[in-house]
Design a binder for this molecule. Structure first.
Ligand SMILES: [Zn+2]
Ligand SMILES: [Zn+2]
Ligand SMILES: [Zn+2]
Length: 83
């Protein structure tokens, strides 16, 4: 399976990663993988049964925010509002 290389912000308090963009792809070079450049043109997505999933993405931190991410922050605010 191929891997995507993502760049984004690391939220230091919760450890979550906020992806900004995909910088590149690590190609697994398998013709059975529909994400690979080796995947044959005769084998047409989405009808083929080749691997379509991505491996766990590689996360590159381009900056770090000393805070919770948006999802964690709103979850915490909801929890706080309820009490
Ligand atoms: Zn692949
Ligand atoms: Zn295929
Ligand atoms: Zn979070």
């Amino acid at each position: 399976m191929c891997q995507r290389i993502a760049q984004g912000t690391r939220w230091a308090r919760c450890g979550h990663f906020q992806r900004h963009f995909i910088r590149g792809i690590v190609d697994c070079a398998s013709y059975r993988c529909s994400n690979s450049v080796k995947h044959p043109d005769s084998c047409i997505r989405p009808n083929c049964h080749c691997i379509r999933d991505w491996s766990a993405e590689i996360q590159e931190d381009i900056d770090t925010a000393d805070d919770y991410c948006w999802a964690c922050r709103s979850a915490r605010e909801r929890a706080a509002g309820r009490s």
